[in-house]
Design a protein around this ligand. Structure first.
Ligand SMILES: [Cu+2]
Length: 142
């Protein structure tokens, strides 16, 4: 094992308690809002809480959930945070929990990569890169 790899393993270990899997965001237009999605794997034996998200090109970022508003309508509302129980995974996806990137300062174009910072109570700051994609065709029917 070379030294760089060894150093990488030392520095990457603490954040392995929280692992962010498959981050992506939906394409969006300037002035509009779009969604950011990923899975959060909590490998530690303590619950953790996602309480803040930063994304520079968005004037406002909120953590949302989608709920059944009755009469076949779906609504969205802000939740202060998302709790990830110990040894479990929470998935942010269309129609469920998601991060809402609002008041976009510029277009989010397909294939572009955004730098996002996630803040957890236990794991601290985690930086991720999320690629912009079109919505999956099979999710558009819902
Ligand atoms: Cu939303």
């Amino acid at each position: 094992m070379n030294l760089l790899l060894a150093l990488f393993m030392i520095f990457s270990n603490p954040s392995d308690k929280i692992k962010i899997v498959d981050p992506w965001m939906r394409v969006g237009a300037q002035g509009q809002a779009t969604g950011l999605f990923f899975k959060i794997e909590n490998n530690s034996d303590k619950a953790d809480t996602l309480y803040k998200v930063e994304f520079e090109p968005a004037g406002l970022v909120q953590i949302h959930e989608t709920y059944d508003a009755g009469n076949d309508m779906m609504g969205m509302r802000e939740v202060g945070n998302i709790i990830i129980p110990a040894k479990s995974t929470v998935e942010l996806k269309p129609g469920s929990y998601h991060v809402m990137l609002m008041k976009l300062k510029n277009d989010i174009k397909k294939g572009s990569v955004g730098n996002v910072t996630l803040f957890f109570k236990q794991a601290g700051k985690i930086m991720i890169k999320a690629e912009a994609k079109e919505m999956m065709p099979n999710q558009m029917k819902h």
